[in-house]
Write a protein that binds this ligand. Sequence first.
Ligand code: ADP
Ligand code: NA
Length: 329
Amino acid sequence: MQRIFSGIQPTGIPQLGNYLGAIRNWVALQADHECIFCLVDMHALTVWQEPEALRQQTLRQTAVLLAAGIDPNAHILFNQSAVSAHARLGWIFNCVSRLGWLNRMTQFKDKAGKDRENHSAGLYVYPNLMAADILAYKATRVPVGDDQRQHLELANDIAQKFNHDYGVDFFPPIEPLVPPAAARIMSLRDGTKKMSKSDPSAQSRIEMTDDADTIALKIRRAKTDPEPLPSDPAGLQDRPEARNLVDIYAVLAGIPVAEVLARHGGEGFGPFKAALTDVLVQAIVPIADETRRLMDAPDHLRAVLRDGATRAAAIAEPIVCEAERLVGF
Ligand code: ADP
Ligand code: NA
């Protein structure tokens, strides 16, 4: 069975895009992979986090993952800072990786923008730590969105340079596992921006803790245009808000966009939004309810993470100890 490593930052409240683009895919991968799921709190720290909020969000993210169907017994669920192997291999990789390689990372350029000098050094070297996250387990497959492909290429460059510099064949090549038809969910307020938990407007996203009334209100207020729905996909061109609502419906109902339009083409947004609300409520509310139930038992969540960290460390320790020996520690 192939070993998968996947990380998610415990920041903000997980939103529909995280669920459809990542979490739901993780749940499915459990059937035929050995999965290591990591709440990457060390990556979260690359930008300022209120300490108590970070702790709370780590527990909430854990609750959402369990509620969505992650199995912490058959697989491993833990938080990054609890397993020291990440930081230790991350440091070795800081010394293997090249400044020139990091300078090419487009995500840092996007996040830092013009105000480069004021960002943490952690944000800059974050791809090196991400390489360590994966390679500490010699994981060979990493489910990622398109935005992470460049970081995986860097991880492979680091692994190859390590193997070359130390004359070993130690770290395996990593393959990205881009989910089939990766759903890209857009903001409910602006169809050209992706839905994100860091968007300042909570109206722009469905959160995985929203109740039925909140979901209904957000969908009612979602931006649309005055035209009725088209009867085929070509009619969604240049209508990003309409396209997004139809995409969400299609992904949740598990049917092609063309079929959604065959059913709802010609309808105004009033009835379509009501239908969309129904499928959203069916998908999200059970997860939201279970998340709240789990959040009432924080000690249980902490125990799940502790157990996961123990089992993660049992895999990573021998690998990272060997890497340390190879470099001369
Ligand atoms: P956010 O923008 O909400 O902070 P992250 O950058 O933490 O999300 O991404 C976590 C995971 O969720 C990644 O795998 C990412 O590809 C996925 N993801 C985030 N937003 C979306 C979206 N709008 N549509 C599809 N997938 C998304
Ligand atoms: Na983000």
